[in-house]
Design a binder for this molecule. Sequence first.
Ligand code: S3P
Length: 432
Amino acid sequence: MQKTNDTITIQPGARLRGRVILPGDKSISQRALLFAALAKGETRITGLSDAADVRSMASCLRRLGVAIDTRGRTTWVAGNGLHGLRAPANELDCGNSGTAMRLLAGVLAGQPFVSMLTGDKSLSRRPMTRIITPLQQMGAKIEAADKGTAPLHIHGGRLHGIRYTLPVASAQVKSAVLLAGLFAEGETTVIEPVPTRDHTEIMLSWLGADFTKNGTHLTIRPSALTARPITVPGDFSAAAFFIVAGLLCEGSEIVMPGLGINPTRSAMLGVLAKSGAAILQDEPVDRNGELTATLTVRHGPLRAFELDGEQIPLLIDELPVLAVLATQAHGTTRIRGAAELRVKESDRIAVVVNNLRAMGAEVEEFPDGMEIPGPQRLRGAHIDAFDDHRIAMAFAIAGLVAAGETTIHGAGSAAVSFPEFFPTLKKLREDG
Ligand code: S3P
């Protein structure tokens, strides 16, 4: 593996062996910081991710007057209660993080001050109308750029509860509305026709919010949060790259302790089990309402799979690397109902299809997915990650099973969710 600035070259033919400690889950880390900031008292967070997205959330909260202090694996957040945020002197830069922007918008909608949320080039292209609409219904005033994108000017104020059916399956939108509901008069109900990751609901319950779940109906009433220690599980979406690498590279065996296996995040495991994957899981342990376990993955042959409908939100972030895996599986893999991929950090359908084609693969593109026959021989190529962390990492894994070397341009973007990804991959090869 050779590295220059933002470019990394991957040599094929790896055998990966060893134990990997994954970074703290990115979604849970961001929620832990935000919810701790709104709680009364000091929260101790263990295992917070130091990914760029999580740093973006921390820096926005600091600008809102919250003290956050990290010492080793422990982070302390001094919560000032629901009404303890102060007006920021400057804009709040969410960097690349859609979660930071959308969840913060929910909180800021209920504050007695004006704030502005900004983001990088990629985040400034992503749709924000999906949160603006329900927050405006609750009484907030929000101005966005013409296309309904950032920067967002939020004139916070008095909100009232609403009953809102989510038009897109999005945990970020669900969370924005529930967070605004903490500050609203009366009760706020979000109806979620299709389940999405439920970290917000779990954490609201853990911190004592007046929150109830009744089937697809999630209801919150204005209520205080109380500081309680939070342990962040290992990030399943980061582990997904090594799960696929371990399955594809001959002679591999990778052990991943302390991984989050919340069923709304780990649907990929069920898909892989049906495809014939050898993945062992030990007895799950509950960490502040989130399930964790040790996973052991071994190389073995795989069958193609079909994904559609309700499965998609439960493995949305794993789709780029699952598409790479599909090129090596026996049969034709079909991924449909995944149009949301087009509005992630990049257009992940177009970028995955084009990069797989650059590696010589046959792939058919659909507006909402792709079809990939397998197994196919990949050849090393120049890959543009389009500054999308999951594309950089997925194609590094593709490079391990390609003929010839693969160069990833924009490899530095891995730091958005997994700063140690390339060093970890290198270490697994050295131990292999
Ligand atoms: C996230 C939810 C998902 C996911 C993103 C993180 C979250 O996005 O793709 O990486 O932390 O809530 P959507 O809610 O927009 O689908």
